[in-house]
Design a binder for this molecule. Structure first.
Ligand code: PGD
Length: 752
């Protein structure tokens, strides 16, 4: 029996193992507020949904590469040797006949914690050794902000690190959280999170007297300990609410004109737009009483106010607007750069927001050079596959979709993260070959031709820490791999050997040698900065180590505020751009020179209920949906959908029963939960239930994946980002016998 520490995106834990499986999992002693998602790991490891060996889709094995209806066919188990020989042959064919511009290696996804085995780094490095691939840009988390913010506020990295939460604890008097301050989302961070601390910093602010206003359709989107006032505008209307507040600031002369003149550009071009955006106008759109809008504006001007906009608000059509408008509101209040005031983006969206940056992020594997210039905004995957050669716009560029023959995915689940899954399925029928590496039979694995089983992080040696996290964890393997799983590095090294590029990919190192090499390199770099860290052997056999901080606390844009000439922002003007000549110059109708109110098209779809398809509470995205904790929340074997009791009564829906969510794009089953924490007219179905399509109808999911209902519609022409957070739906009783849950077992193999 061994006891070792490990790190996951949702927190660190101590585990006991008998060498084959985990026998106990406990939160890491150092974590003051562990995440219950830890309860998914042990039960998932040997679940029947684990991929036990390589598989090839029968049609591909029999007929070779080519477009095909993927997602319904049998898979044939094959040896590693057969799988890798066939895959190497197919890579050789595609690269020589079509070139690297026909390979899509964007491969978006969070994969697992652990820096060396980070699946995206591995697949990108491998494809680069073969000559490159078509990349993806931006992400599903904050794709609209990722394009907008650099143009109007400068570095997005700076903004996401933000003002340290410890500073908010001491200084903020009024915290207005558009999109809430979600405990579940702040409990995860890409790459891992050692100590969960945001909740305690915010509680300290509350205990000191800070008031919290949570603007969200869901009451429990904010830590319950904060006693927040709940304002529930119509989902998707936050920009209108902010404009109503801005109108009051302007009309009652509550703006900081000195700050606007010194630190921003374009206010004079924006201010006339506010003339008719009265609180009464905003009330008609949002449902928030005009008087409360007026009084909130006055309170914001009279207090040290932090305006926070969650990432979820920009994951919708015109998602650039609430972010830009939040920035403009904070500029009008003139509190950018003051401790506890100004603007934040994503407190409560990810655990790394509000942590002071470390002197260096964790050691990582180089990805080499990609000679292919083609890339797509990540959420345009289906458009690219369906419409090769079609022209589109992105961030001021005129582009054309490439003609993709081979899709290579490692560490992501597009049939979890993308919208309008029936459309995505049509798109996945187009390429000649789809390759997926994953530990589990996810929907994406089931839509591939070649499926290679990878280890979970607990089954391989690694180290890891999250972006701003100050703790670097050694992550020695806790058990041997399940079945025939191999880590991504080994698979790519073996493929590289078959393709004659082994030396380029491995540089002659095993995974273990890379860990030592990268760590030593990193340690040497820190030594030149004056920080002594233990040697590799001491680190590997010891406790997690603390990585020095760049500064113990940070106030976002304090330097800029003090002297905007000396410390300009990385925007065209060097100042906060309330009006952006650059964006205006693109001439896009759906994102113009300053923030504006646009009514979402979805509101006119003819369906009455606003679906919030948010991040799940019981797992990270789709990861480990088969785990005990995730399954414990299912209702009637389906993903829970929450609804206000009055809406359920009007439809004669019964709590605990399976119900049907539907709109023109798709239908899914879910298990009904009634809750007064959900605003009337709103329903909430989290993402991440594994897509379980009807064999005859890919637009029907029997399990509760909301992405059969969401629209594959970009945020705007500017950012082309994911808009999965909202959709309009109706909910009805489901009288039939619910189909059996298929997504949690392995797909059919010949002979049963
Ligand atoms: P995950 O479930 O984390 O989802 O989308 P993402 O694709 O990141 O997928 C990671 C996959 O990697 C899992 O299948 C896991 O098993 C696999 N994996 C784990 N470790 C390894 C490994 O070592 N190697 C390999 N090869 N595979 C591994 C998340 C995306 O969803 C995100 S970030 C957001 S913010 C979006 N949010 C929404 C939303 O709010 N609403 C909707 N409707 N849709 C969304 N989709 C987006």
């Amino acid at each position: 029996m061994t006891v070792t520490i490990q790190l996951a995106h949702w927190g660190a834990f101590e585990a006991e193992s008998d060498g084959k499986r985990l026998t106990a999992v406990r939160p890491w002693r150092g974590d003051p507020a562990p995440n219950p998602i830890l309860g998914n790991i042990a039960s998932a490891q040997h679940h029947p949904a684990r991929i036990d060996r390589p598989h090839i889709r029968k049609g591909w094995l029999d007929g070779g590469p080519g477009p095909a209806e993927r997602g319904g066919e049998e898979f044939v188990p094959v040896s590693w040797r057969t799988a890798l020989d066939l895959l190497a042959g197919e890579l050789r064919r595609v690269y020589s006949e079509h070139g690297p511009g026909a390979v899509y290696g964007g491969s978006y996804g969070w994969s697992s914690a652990g820096r060396f085995h980070h699946a995206q780094s591995q697949v990108h490095r491998f494809l680069n050794t073969l000559g490159g691939y078509v990349r993806s840009e931006q992400n599903y988390s904050f794709g609209a902000s990722g394009v907008l913010v650099p143009r109007v506020l400068g570095s997005i990295g700076n903004l996401l690190s933000g003002t340290s939460a410890s500073v908010l604890a001491r200084h903020t008097e009024l915290f207005v959280a558009f999109g809430g301050l979600s405990p579940k989302n702040s409990a995860v961070a890409p790459g891992g999170i050692g100590r969960h601390e945001l909740g305690s910093w915010l509680s300290a602010a509350h205990d000191r007297g800070c008031r919290f206003v949570s603007v969200s359709p869901l009451r429990d989107d904010t830590f319950g300990t904060l006693g927040a006032e709940w304002l529930a505008p119509k989902p998707g209307s936050d920009t209108a609410l902010m404009l109503g507040i801005a109108h009051v600031l302007e009309a009652e002369d509550l703006c900081d004109r000195e700050f606007l003149a010194r630190c921003t550009v374009g206010y004079e071009r924006f201010a006339p737009y506010l003339a008719d955006k009265t609180p009464e106008w905003a009330e008609r759109i949002t449902g928030i009483p005009a008087e409360r809008i007026r009084s909130l504006a006055r309170e914001m001007a009279a207090s040290r106010t932090l305006i926070n906009v969650s990432w979820s608000l920009q994951r919708q059509q015109y998602g650039e607007q609430p972010v830009w408008m939040g920035i403009v509101l904070a500029a009008m209040l003139g509190q950018f750069g003051l401790p506890g005031g100004g603007f934040g983006h994503g407190y409560g969206s990810s655990g790394d927001v509000g942590k002071p940056p470390t002197v260096a992020s964790a050691p990582r594997l180089g990805q080499g050079q990609n000679p292919v210039e083609d890339s797509i905004p990540v959420a345009r995957i289906a458009d690219m596959l369906l419409h090769p050669g079609q022209r589109y716009e992105f961030d001021g560029q005129h582009r054309e979709y490439p003609d993709i023959r081979l899709v290579y995915w490692a560490g992501g689940n597009p049939f979890h993260h993308h919208q309008d899954l029936a459309r995505l399925r049509r798109a996945f029928a187009r390429p000649d070959t789809v390759v997926v590496h994953d530990p589990f039979w996810t929907a994406s694995a089931r839509h591939a031709d070649i499926v290679l089983p990878t280890t979970m992080a607990i089954e391989r040696d690694d180290y890891g820490s999250g972006g701003n996290d100050p703790t670097l964890f050694p992550m020695p393997a806790l058990t041997e791999p399940a079945g025939q799983a191999k880590d991504d590095y080994t698979v790519f090294a073996e493929l590289a050997g078959r393709l004659g590029v082994a030396e380029r990919f491995t540089e002659g190192r095993t995974a273990g040698e890379w860990l030592r090499h990268l760590y030593q390199d990193w340690r040497d770099r820190l030594a030149t900065l004056g920080h002594e860290l233990p040697g590799f052997d001491e680190f590997w056999s010891g406790d997690p180590i603390e990585v020095p901080l760049y500064e113990p606390e940070r106030v976002l844009l304090a330097d800029f505020r003090a002297d905007p000439r000396r410390n300009p922002l990385r925007t065209p003007s060097g100042r906060i751009e309330i009006y952006s000549e650059t964006i205006a110059g693109f001439g896009y109708p759906d994102c113009q020179g300053h923030p504006m109110w646009f009514e979402p098209e979805e509101w006119h779809s003819g369906y009455p209920l606003h679906l919030i398809a948010n991040q799940p509470r019981t797992r990270l995205h789709s990861q480990l949906d088969v785990g005990e904790h995730s399954r414990s929340a299912k209702v009637a074997d389906r993903e829970p959908v929450r609804m206000h009791p009055a809406d359920a009564e009007a439809r004669r829906l019964r709590e605990g029963a399976p119900v049907l969510l539907h709109n023109a794009r798709g239908r899914c089953l879910a298990g009904l939960v009634l809750s007064e924490d959900v605003a009337p007219g709103v329903v909430q179905l989290s993402t991440g239930a594994w897509y379980d399509p009807d064999p005859e109808d890919p637009a029907f999911c029997g399990h509760g994946n909301p992405n059969v209902l969401t629209a594959d519609r970009p945020s705007s022409t500017l950012a082309q980002a994911c808009t999965g957070q909202h959709a309009m739906v109706e909910i009805s009783c489901y009288d039939g016998e619910p189909p059996p849950l298929r997504a949690h077992s392995a797909p059919e193999r010949p002979g049963g």
